[in-house]
Design a protein around this ligand. Structure first.
Ligand SMILES: Cc1ncc(CN)c(N)n1
Length: 216
């Protein structure tokens, strides 16, 4: 059994809730209120700026030049490819560029930044994996069942697309390779990091659906 199969099984209850979350169900049906999507896109643009830094920092801890290049490429894609998608929505929906991070986005980005900076390379790779793998799974799930025409088609196509799939496969291979050479303690820490980041993916979608604000 691959280590990533074990990770998938560990966080399956979280993934099942993500898939069933009304944000994703309504996005799939094309009925998600545009206010919620706008909130999500603004938060996601803030997220991607920090996510790309976490990817680049993780790359500096890589054991091989190829993995450093892979992580720098992931960081570049997070900024350029995903930002292009966002910019089209910013224009279409006149999204507010000023809104700051909601608590869900703050928690997730700061978890990734802290993990990539202070934890081992192995643990950082596991913490970053849900950002790839869960989006791929959600993208494919929605793509196969979506209502057409769908106002969120570009978003769906990005995460169900081949280019994103290639990045996901690279991230999975790296995680499996590292886990094969890691101690039991490190594998446990990797599992914890993967489950925590999966939970934070849920929190992020839930935050958008609730148009989350700081309580104080
Ligand atoms: C919150 C979140 N997680 C993951 C992804 C996909 N890189 C994203 N755009 N936003």
């Amino acid at each position: 059994m691959k280590f990533t199969d074990h990770l998938w099984a560990e966080a399956l209850p979280v993934y099942t809730k993500i898939q069933a979350h009304p944000f994703n169900q309504e996005l799939m049906a094309g009925t998600l209120p545009v206010e919620k999507f706008k909130f999500y896109i603004r938060q996601d643009s803030l997220y991607l700026a920090e996510f790309s830094k976490a990817l680049a920092v993780t790359g500096t801890h890589a054991g091989t030049s190829q993995e450093l290049l892979d992580f720098l490429q992931f960081a570049q894609n997070a900024i350029l490819v995903e930002r292009a998608l966002h910019e089209s929505y910013f224009k279409e929906y006149h999204i507010d560029h000023q809104a700051g991070m909601a608590p869900g986005c703050f928690a997730y980005t700061h978890y990734l930044l802290a993990t990539s900076t202070f934890e081992s390379y192995e643990v950082a790779v596991a913490a970053l994996l849900p950002c790839f793998w869960i989006y791929k799974k959600v993208g494919d799930y929605i793509y196969q069942r979506q209502t057409k025409p769908n106002p969120y088609q570009n978003w769906i196509n990005t995460y169900a697309g081949e280019s994103f799939a290639n990045s996901v496969q690279k991230a999975l291979n790296t995680c499996d390779r590292l886990a094969d050479q890691a101690s039991e303690i490190t594998r446990k820490q990797m599992t914890e990091a993967y489950v925590t980041a999966s939970r934070l993916e849920y929190v992020f979608w839930d935050s958008a659906y609730k148009l989350e604000k700081w309580p104080v």
